[in-house]
Design a protein around this ligand. Structure first.
Ligand code: URA
Length: 440
């Protein structure tokens, strides 16, 4: 295989045959294609996209690069959710135990932080002792026992995606519809699901900020799911401001604990409820939206969702006492308040500088293998549209040292704009299924 000629063909707007993609990805998996050639090809895909046939081949090759989870035929419905990535997006931490408490099996494989966005696996690992490196046998046994497992991608499932994902993270090749769709769907299809819900983000904090691009991504993934016999629904949700108040690994776990009792910030609860409804409908656990919402609110109110999270933490070796005492989560050494510079309105809170700052403060990776400092981040209490007095605290920075505080304060100055309110995306934008698109 002449890799340079494949790169040139893609660069010039041509297409690779399905067989060429399969061979190439297999060769990359064996270590026979170096990262620099793969990076060049990925960049060509960012510019040129993939045809439908190429997308199917890339997704299939990544799916076939590893094993699939196998389940007993007569078990509970198995439904997962995946987000395309955002800032402050801790929905998975709430959703997985919540939906599992309603008798749906949730084998949830999650990613690590990517670019400026956080990753569920990193968030969970801020819980002392929590293991995300479960084997497939452990995942299966745990899902059968308590209905839920939250685990990281290993070499067992879609290892080709795992390597490409890490390469894309450091080569500026994340934001491409085809690459995101193939990456997400190859992992999710390997889980042996009976249904999949996607949270596709739009807005400045998303990988594809433009709403039409987000729509295209949602449609692409729904079509891939459908083609593989996995009923798939997508919600497009706003990421032009952070979701909830907390941004940063341990801070987000703490906010998720509140949300598991129904008392999280309103935007977080709205997105979580909407996704939970989709999961319950796909699982056939409720006849309609109103019925599904009743189940969701019941599980939050009764404590069943929170209890399932405690069981999950225990099952994966974490300290379950954090549920009653979040003070046991890693705590930042330095905390500083950010005050409104004048009286007026918060015009906007741009999520991207805040996500980037968390990485710069040590809460994400700049290079493969970087160790993460779980305690750092922000709590942004000032929401877009709120009226504030001069000097009123509107956010806090959590850092490991004075330098981190500086980085955080500078990011807040960039992210929080004051003045006449700027237009915001509706939180729930639209719903995409194989039947088409409708308002959410
Ligand atoms: N999440 C993924 O799993 N892959 C991507 O490419 C982007 C977000």
């Amino acid at each position: 295989m002449l890799v340079p000629s494949l790169i040139e063909r893609k660069r010039d707007g041509g297409a690779l045959a399905a067989r060429e993609w399969t061979d190439l990805l297999q060769a990359y998996g064996r270590g026979d294609v170096p990262d620099y050639q793969m990076s060049a090809l990925l960049m060509a895909v960012v510019w040129r996209g993939l045809t439908g046939e190429e997308l199917a081949a890339v997704t299939g090759a990544m799916l076939d690069s590893g094993a699939r989870l196998e389940w007993a035929a007569a078990g509970r419905p198995r439904v997962d959710k995946h987000s395309t990535g955002g800032v402050g997006d801790k929905v998975s931490l709430v959703l997985a135990p919540l939906v599992a408490s309603l008798d749906v099996a949730v084998p949830m494989m999650s990613g690590r932080g990517l670019g400026h966005t956080g990753g569920t696996t990193d968030k969970l690992e801020s819980i002392p002792g929590f293991r995300t490196d479960l084997s497939l046998a452990e995942v299966r046994a745990q899902v059968e026992r308590i209905g839920v497992a939250m685990f990281g991608q290993s070499d067992a499932i879609a290892p080709a995606d795992r390597r490409l994902y890490a390469l894309r993270d450091v080569t500026g090749t994340v934001p491409a519809t085809a690459l995101i769709a193939a990456s997400i769907m190859s992992k999710k299809l390997a889980e042996g699901l009976t249904g999949l819900v996607l949270d596709v983000k739009a807005g400045s904090g998303a990988f594809l900020p433009n709403l039409d691009d987000a729509r295209g991504l949602a449609r692409t993934m729904v079509d891939l799911g459908t083609a593989h016999g996995c009923p798939t629904a997508a919600l497009i949700t706003a990421m032009d401001r952070p979701l909830g108040r907390a941004i940063g690994n341990a801070l987000e776990v703490e906010e998720a604990l509140l949300a598991l009792t129904g008392q999280g910030p309103e935007d977080l609860m709205t997105v979580t409820r909407a996704l939970a409804v989709e999961m319950l409908l796909l699982a056939g656990r409720a006849p309609d939206v109103a019925g599904a919402l009743r189940l969701v609110d019941g599980a939050l109110r009764s404590g069943a969702a929170l209890e399932r999270f405690r069981l999950l933490i225990e099952a994966q070796g974490g300290d379950p006492k954090i549920v009653d005492d979040p003070g046991r989560l890693p705590q930042a050494l330095e905390v500083e308040l950010f005050e409104a510079p004048g009286a007026g309105t918060i015009a906007a809170v741009d999520p991207r500088p805040l996500g980037e700052a968390v990485v710069a403060m040590g809460g994400g990776r700049r290079r493969l293998g970087d160790r993460i400092e779980p305690s750092v981040g922000f709590v942004v209490s000032g929401r877009p549209g709120a009226t504030v007095a001069r000097g009123e605290p509107v956010a806090s920075v959590f850092a490991r040292d004075g330098e981190g505080i500086e980085v955080g304060m500078a990011a807040l100055r960039r992210a929080m704009r004051f003045g006449p309110p700027e237009p915001q995306l509706p939180l729930l934008l639209c719903r995409v299924t194989s039947a088409g698109e409708e308002p959410a």
